[in-house]
Design a protein around this ligand. Structure first.
Ligand code: AQP
Length: 327
C-alpha cells in the first residue's frame, strides 16, 4: 500500500483554502492509502508565534481536522514536535541542500520580502524540514495544494541527491494535486487565501453571519480589462464549483456567459452553499474542543505509532552517512 504524508501548520485558523486544497482530499485518501497526517508546529515557528497561544492553535488544528473527517483509527494523526526525528533528519538533509535552491522558493521570496537578511533562517530552510517530514516515513505520495508543488519538487531533488550520494534509500515523493482548488484571497484575489493574510480567508470555525459578510465583501472587479473574467469572480466560481451542486454552478456560468450575472446573486448563493458545507464541521469542531484530554490522547497515540517508523528510517540514514559508529 502506498504511503501518504501531509501536514498542516497551526499558524492560524484552518481555512477554506486548506480545506478545499488539502484536508477534504486527505479524508478521501484514508480509504486507499496508509496515511500520516501531521500538525506541523515546528513549521509554524518559521514566523513568530505566541507561546501562550500556540497550544490552543494546535488543539484547534487537531479538532478541525478530525471534524473534517480525519479518522485516528485509519490514519496516524500526530504533532510534529512529538517526534524529534523530524528535526534530526532535517539537519542531515540541510547539509545536502544548496542555498541557491532554497533562495529560489517562491514562498521564501513572498514571506521574506525585502527583509531576507533579518527574517529567521527557518523561513529559508522550511522546505528542508518539509522534505524531512516526508522522507522520514519513506512516503511516496504527498497530497498538497498547488501552492506547495515547488517545495515538493525540492523534496524530490533532495531524495535524489541522498540516493545518489549514499545509495538507494528514499522513494521520490509524488504530488497528488487537488484538481481546481487553488483558493485565492477574498480581499486580494491575486494572492492565495492564507492564514497569515488578514481578511483573505473564511475559517472553518466561522459563524454563518460572518461567512455572509465575508463573501458579500469579496473583491470582484479588480483585474484585467476586456472579456476575461476578473480574478475575484474566477475565485468565487472556483469556490462555488467545490461546494455547490453542478446545476447551480451551470446556472451562474450561463448567466455570466450571457452577460446577465449579478454578482450579488452569485455571492448570496455562494454564501449559503458555504454555510451548508461548513456548519457540520464547525459544530463538530466546537464539540471536540470541549474534550481537550481526548485530543491529547489521540495525538499521543499517533506519535507512538509514528515514532518507531521514524526511528528506523533515521537509523538507516545515519548508518549510510557514517554516523553513530566508530568503525
Ligand atoms: N489558498 C489555498 N488554496 C489551496 N490549498 C491551500 N493550502 C493552503 N492554502 C491554500 C494547502 O493547505 C495545506 C496546509 O497548508 P499549511 O497550513 O501547512 O501551509 P500554507 O500553505 O502555508 O497555508 P497558509 O494558510 O498560507 O498558512 P500561512 O499563512 O501560515 O503560511 C497545504 O497542502 C497547502 O497546499
Amino acid at each position: 500500500m502506498s504511503r501518504i504524508f501531509s501536514g498542516i501548520q497551526p499558524s492560524g485558523e484552518v481555512h477554506l483554502g486548506n480545506y478545499l486544497g488539502a484536508v477534504r482530499n486527505w479524508v478521501k485518501l484514508q480509504d486507499e492509502y496508509e496515511c500520516l497526517y501531521c500538525i506541523v508546529d515546528l513549521h509554524a515557528l518559521t514566523v513568530p508565534q505566541e507561546p501562550q497561544e500556540l497550544p490552543r492553535r494546535v488543539a484547534e488544528a487537531i479538532a478541525t481536522n478530525l471534524a473534517c473527517g480525519l479518522d485516528p483509527e485509519r490514519s496516524i494523526i500526530f504533532v510534529q514536535s512529538a517526534v524529534p526525528e523530524h528535526t534530526e533528519l532535517c539537519w542531515l538533509l540541510t547539509c545536502l541542500t544548496p542555498i541557491g535552491a532554497l533562495e529560489r522558493m517562491t514562498q521564501f521570496k513572498d514571506k521574506a520580502g525585502g527583509k531576507r537578511h533579518s527574517v529567521g533562517a527557518g523561513l529559508l530552510t522550511y522546505p528542508v524540514l518539509m522534505a524531512a517530514d516526508i522522507l522520514l516515513y519513506k512516503a511516496d505520495t504527498v497530497p498538497v495544494g498547488e501552492d506547495q508543488v515547488q517545495h515538493l519538487e525540492l523534496a524530490r531533488e533532495i531524495a535524489r541527491k541522498f540516493n545518489s550520494t549514499y545509495g538507494p534509500t528514499f522513494p521520490e515523493p509524488q504530488p497528488l494535486l487537488t484538481a481546481g482548488a487553488r483558493i485565492m484571497a477574498l480581499n486580494a484575489p491575486e494572492k492565495k487565501m492564507s492564514k497569515s493574510l488578514p481578511g483573505s480567508y473564511i475559517s472553518l470555525a466561522e459563524e454563518p453571519e460572518t461567512i455572509r459578510q465575508k463573501v458579500m465583501r469579496a473583491v470582484t472587479d479588480v483585474g484585467p480589462q476586456g472579456n476575461e473574467m476578473s480574478p475575484g469572480v474566477k475565485n468565487l466560481f472556483t469556490i462555488l464549483e467545490n461546494v455547490a451542486p453542478p446545476d447551480v454552478v451551470k446556472q451562474f456560468r450561463d448567466a455570466y456567459a450571457s452577460g446577465t450575472l449579478r454578482y450579488s446573486d452569485l455571492k448570496q448563493t455562494l454564501a449559503e452553499e458555504l454555510i451548508r458545507t461548513l456548519t457540520p464541521i464547525r459544530e463538530r469542531r466546537a464539540e471536540l474542543l470541549t474534550r481537550p484530554q481526548e485530543l491529547q490522547e489521540i495525538v499521543a497515540a499517533g506519535a507512538a505509532r509514528a515514532r518507531p517508523m521514524a526511528q528506523a528510517v533515521l537509523a538507516e540514514v545515519k548508518e549510510k552517512m557514517g554516523l553513530g559508529r566508530l568503525l
